[in-house]
Design a protein around this ligand. Structure first.
Ligand SMILES: [Zn+2]
Length: 178
C-alpha cells in the first residue's frame, strides 16, 4: 500500500519535471536559435572524459558527463555548447539520482562531491561527484533522474546511460564527427 503510494508520487514527479524540461527547452530554443545556427558547424563536441553526455535541459545550458565503472558512477558538470570542456561548479553537498528497476522498484544513488583539487575546487563549489551502487555493476543501460542547482537555477537532471540525453538537438555528442 505505502509502496504503491510512493511509486505513484514518484511517477507524478517525473511527469512534472519531464514537462518542465520540455517547457524550458522550448523557451530556450526561442532565444538561442540564431546563436545555435552561428556555430552549428562546430557542434560535434566530445565528452572531455570519454563519458556519456547528457544535456541539462538544453545543450546551451550545460551537460552532465557520466562514467560508470564497476559499480561506481562519476559525474562531471560541464558548460554548454562549444564550451563543453569547461567545468561548472555547483554548491550541492550531495546529488541524489533515482532510477527505476524493471520490477518498478526505485533505486537511489547518492553522489558526493569529489572536488577537482587541481581546479581549486572544494565541497560546496565543485563540478565532480561520485557514488556507488551494486546494481550499477550489471552495466545494463539505465535512466536516472534528479535535481541540481546549476548556473543559478534548480534544474532537472536526466541521465540516459550509455546513450546520453540530448533533447535539444539531433546532434549525437560523441559519435557526431562532422
Ligand atoms: Zn551538447
Amino acid at each position: 500500500m505505502t509502496k504503491n503510494l510512493i511509486i505513484a508520487v514518484l511517477a507524478i514527479l517525473v511527469a512534472i519535471f519531464g514537462l518542465n524540461a520540455l517547457v524550458s527547452h522550448r523557451e530556450h530554443a526561442d532565444h538561442t536559435v540564431a546563436k545555435e545556427h552561428d556555430h552549428s558547424g562546430e557542434h560535434a563536441h566530445k565528452a572531455p572524459h570519454s563519458g556519456c553526455l547528457n544535456e541539462i535541459g538544453s545543450c546551451e545550458t550545460g551537460h552532465v558527463e557520466v562514467l560508470v565503472t564497476d559499480g561506481r558512477i562519476e559525474i562531471f558538470l560541464l558548460a554548454g555548447g562549444h564550451e563543453i570542456s569547461r567545468s561548472v561548479r555547483v554548491p550541492e553537498k550531495a546529488i541524489i539520482l533515482r532510477s527505476w528497476a524493471e520490477d518498478g522498484s526505485v533505486r537511489k544513488i547518492e553522489l558526493e562531491p569529489e572536488p577537482l583539487e587541481l581546479g581549486g575546487e572544494k565541497i560546496g563549489d565543485c563540478s565532480h561527484f561520485a557514488g556507488s551502487a551494486n546494481w550499477l555493476k550489471s552495466s545494463a543501460p539505465f535512466e536516472a533522474y534528479g535535481w541540481l542547482m546549476f548556473r543559478g537555477a534548480v534544474r532537472p537532471i536526466v541521465v540516459h546511460y550509455p546513450k546520453g540525453y540530448a533533447p535539444s538537438h539531433r546532434h549525437e555528442h560523441e559519435d557526431d564527427q562532422h
